[in-house]
Design a protein around this ligand. Sequence first.
Ligand SMILES: Nc1nc2c(ncn2[C@@H]2O[C@H](COP(=O)(O)OP(=O)(O)OP(=O)(O)O)[C@@H](O)[C@H]2O)c(=O)[nH]1
Ligand SMILES: [Mg+2]
Length: 233
Amino acid sequence: MKVVVTGPYESGKSLLINHITDGACINVERRGTTIAMDHGLANIDGMNVFLFGTPGLLRFRTMRKILSSGADGIVFVVDSKDPESDARAKLFFREIAFFLPGVPCIVAANKQDLNDARPVDQLRNSMRFLAGLPVIPISAKEGTNVDSMLRTLLYLTMMQWSSVFGKFAEYSGHKNGLKKLMKDLNLQRDHAVGYLRRFELRKLLTVQVGDEIFNVNDSVRPLLENPVLIMRR
Ligand SMILES: Nc1nc2c(ncn2[C@@H]2O[C@H](COP(=O)(O)OP(=O)(O)OP(=O)(O)O)[C@@H](O)[C@H]2O)c(=O)[nH]1
Ligand SMILES: [Mg+2]
């Protein structure tokens, strides 16, 4: 899966990616401010999660657009402590909703380890655009709730793709797997091959030469059949 981590300046995007990847990530920054990206890979129950953190300075919009392209899920990080960042959060939210319409999004209410961090209710009051989105209180510094936040997002993402993923699991390894996929989902060949390519890149499956047969990776097969498994931990 490709997950983009965005949100306003200094909300804690880079620290969050650092925590999720246990430090095994790249941060392109200057004096603590991300100027290009954060990138890292996490493995959640066998599922590869490619994380892309965006810069939080307004002027890096083009970079955010490039990093967001094709993402399957969004972590939107807000600063629970600093009310001054709320207005910027709104601008960033509009931006990501424009780049990735309809893509599942979870809000990480970060810095909850600080005494004066605002609780979720108060954040919802101050940032009305959060209405309808799941908001999870986390601390990127201490790691609190980070794992369950990410699992919830992956669950939402897998649910969005559930009809496709169910067929991936069903026809994995089948002779004419592609044709069966096209028939059941009523897809043109190009479209079905597009799905295979997309999720081959995300290491959910491999496609054999000629595209007719695909094989779902054993480690993710149970998840594709039953996405709720990712929440049971
Ligand atoms: N107490 C506390 N501080 C945090 C937390 N997350 C981030 N910080 C601090 O907030 C500051 C900004 O963190 P970054 O991870 O660099 O934030 P960012 O969103 O990547 O910032 P930009 O890339 O510049 O937009 C740093 O001083 C972090 O140590 C948290 O959960 N708790
Ligand atoms: Mg950063």
